[in-house]
Design a protein around this ligand. Structure first.
Ligand SMILES: Cc1ncc(COP(=O)(O)O)c(C=O)c1O
Length: 419
């Protein structure tokens, strides 16, 4: 058994806490390398959610009875935990959503519909996930504004010179950019991008789906006006997420959805809305999801985000070297300082075939366009195979990946390997 202690993380002790990691898949121990799609959950998250339903289950905000008060306290405590984790100034700057997608749609539809008009420009990076692309496309088309791409270099880093000139071109009202690219691992310089955007009178909305579990996030120091999150990518539950928005922006924005729980008063003539955060949270929220999200962030805090980042950085470096030894494999996305997301193509072999062969070896990766079709078009590929790391990833997982890829070469290659 190889030593799995890396940096200050005891990976064996970490893995012990994730029940889903300990299973056989196709008669092989699972090597789970699909963390950019969703991470696994530690016992503490599963228990926190289970405890809610077993003990405190009641609807929030509406009841005076004890269980409802307990549920409300836990729900609001979860909001405070998220706020603290991302360095928000106020708890009510955190709006709970059903994921990163809904958070991004909230910004585009609520802020965009009420602030954009003909002549206005929204810059959307060429790296964007469809969740931070399609909403802006729909809203710019509906308002007469224009959506303009921020181009990338061949290594998949953003072209900051082009970005500056786009800002200097004027009329930019919003910059939509992801923090970490789910398809290439590129880490965008969001603090610098926000500073430049603000100098030109534009706001910035950051898609943080792939960052929260892997590096320190501080919305204040980033200067982000909006920052979107997905709980299931940070060891929390699926169907849960959050939007951070600067207080004065959220205050001025109209509701995104309407219904119970988000009103101050309702009559046949008119409805007035509640303050933050309720204005953006109509209906019964996903209370156990919020509790699980907070438990996940507390878990990450206990392990230490800097130690996690260090662990994943050294594995990423090792994985990059190992993958380059596989004949016929080309890495896609080689920007300096990239995160633990390794995308690649293999000569003549479709990524789905790569993924299927790896699965027969118990190695879980993702194949496809990763919801980044404009990026795939820019790179001239239809799809890639993607291995993505997490705190519990090990050198052994990477070795299993490398050996699985050699099997792909054997199955699909001629006498000279893949050509
Ligand atoms: C960069 C990025 N943004 C947004 C999303 C959407 O997140 P969710 O499906 O949790 O809403 C994802 C999910 O893969 C992502 O990777």
């Amino acid at each position: 058994m190889m030593d799995t202690k890396v940096g200050s993380i005891d990976v064996d002790a970490v893995r012990e806490q994730f029940p889903a990691l300990h299973q056989l898949v196709n008669n092989h121990p699972l090597a789970y390398l699909d963390n950019a799609a969703t991470t696994q959950r530690p016992e503490s998250v599963l228990q926190a959610m289970d405890n809610f339903y077993r003990r405190d289950n009641a609807n929030v905000h509406r009841g005076v009875h004890t269980l409802s008060q307990r549920a409300t306290d836990e729900f609001e405590h979860a909001r405070a935990t998220v706020a603290r984790f991302v360095g928000a100034r106020h708890d009510h700057e955190i709006i709970f959503t059903k994921g990163c997608t809904e958070a991004l749609n909230l910004v585009a539809f609520s802020w965009g519909r009420s602030n954009l008009g003909p002549g206005d420009v929204v810059l959307v990076s060429n790296l964007e996930h469809h969740a931070n692309f399609v909403p802006w496309q729909v809203v710019t088309q509906a308002t007469g504004a224009r959506m303009v791409p921020i181009p990338i270099h061949d290594d998949c880093s953003l072209d900051l010179t082009a970005y500056r000139s786009l800002l200097e071109g004027g009329d930019v009202r919003m910059v939509a950019v992801k923090h970490v690219c789910n398809a290439t691992g590129t880490v965008n310089p969001v603090a610098e991008m926000s500073r430049l955007a603000h100098e030109h009178g534009a706001l910035v909305t950051v898609d943080g789906a792939q960052a929260l579990a892997h590096q320190r996030v501080n919305v204040e120091s980033f200067g982000a006006d909006f920052y979107s999150m997905a709980a299931h990518k940070v060891y929390g539950p699926m169907g849960m997420g959050a939007l951070y928005g600067r207080e004065e922006l959220l205050e001025a924005m109209p509701p995104y959805q309407t219904g119970g729980g988000m009103i101050r008063s309702v009559s046949y003539e008119r409805t007035t809305y509640a303050g933050l955060p309720d204005k953006f949270e109509p209906g019964t929220p996903y209370v156990s999801g919020a509790i699980g999200f907070a438990a996940a962030l507390a878990w990450v805090e206990r392990v230490g985000i800097d130690a996690i980042a260090q662990h994943e950085r050294s594995l990423t470096e090792a994985a990059t070297l190992a993958l380059q030894t596989v004949p016929g494999l080309r890495l896609v996305g080689t920007a300096a300082g990239k995160a633990g997301i390794l995308s690649f193509v293999m000569n003549q072999v479709h990524p789905h075939d790569v993924g299927t062969i790896l699965d027969t070896q118990g190695v879980a990766v993702r194949s496809g366009h990763h919801c980044c079709q404009p990026l795939m078009a820019r790179l001239g590929v239809n799809a890639t195979t993607r291995a993505s790391l997490a705190v519990y990833s090990t050198e052994e997982d990477l070795e299993r990946l490398r050996v699985g890829l050699l099997e792909v070469v054997r199955v699909f290659g001629g006498p000279n390997g893949l050509d």
